[in-house]
Design a protein around this ligand. Structure first.
Ligand SMILES: [Zn+2]
Ligand SMILES: [Zn+2]
Length: 177
């Protein structure tokens, strides 16, 4: 029973944490803010360096804000299983390091791809895709958050375009009038 609770708490930290981090932090950062784009997507620096090694306060702040949802969920499941909560956080942190290793030459072996694909786990090669094109490959840990995240981006951007066009039309009409 304890073992089962540990597994459940671990999975909740990872799955719910990734959901909240993606939709409450990562996607809003890509839409309305600059911190994450200035730090995590700074193409002048190696992303391994600024995701893993950097002590730059802005880089650290981006990391901490992205991690807060996981910490919040871990606090929430603490009473179910403290070990599971800590295991979830530890696995999440290990995955941060691992998913940034493509720059160091990491290539996921075929057997691991075969395990990760059906479980929808983000591989370093997938996350590398997010660094190459910031509009794709959302979800820190799980790829099933990518499609809804992209939908949010498309929806908000289309809405923004519509508003701008409406405003322009309105201005045009007021100039004519
Ligand atoms: Zn990254
Ligand atoms: Zn991003």
């Amino acid at each position: 029973m304890t073992f089962l609770m540990t597994i459940v708490a671990t999975l909740v930290v990872l799955i719910v944490g990734d959901f909240l981090s993606t939709f409450a932090y990562h996607v809003p950062q890509h839409l309305w803010f600059t911190l994450h784009l200035r730090t995590h997507h700074d193409r002048r620096r190696s992303y391994f360096d600024h995701a893993i090694l950097s002590l730059d306060p802005a880089v650290l702040l981006d990391g901490v804000l992205g991690a807060l949802p996981y910490l919040g969920v871990a606090a929430f499941v603490w009473h179910v299983s403290p070990v599971g909560a800590l295991l979830g956080l530890a696995l999440g942190q290990l995955h941060v390091w691992w998913r940034h290793t493509v720059e160091l030459g990491w290539k996921t072996p075929a057997w691991l791809v075969a395990i990760a694909r059906p479980l929808q786990i983000v591989l370093p090669e997938d996350h590398n895709g997010h660094h190459l094109n910031p509009d794709v490959e959302f979800g820190d840990l799980f790829r099933f958050y990518d499609a809804p995240a992209r939908f949010c981006l498309r929806f908000v951007r289309a809405d923004r375009r519509r508003r701008r066009q409406a405003l322009r039309r309105l201005k045009g009409e007021s100039v004519k009038a």
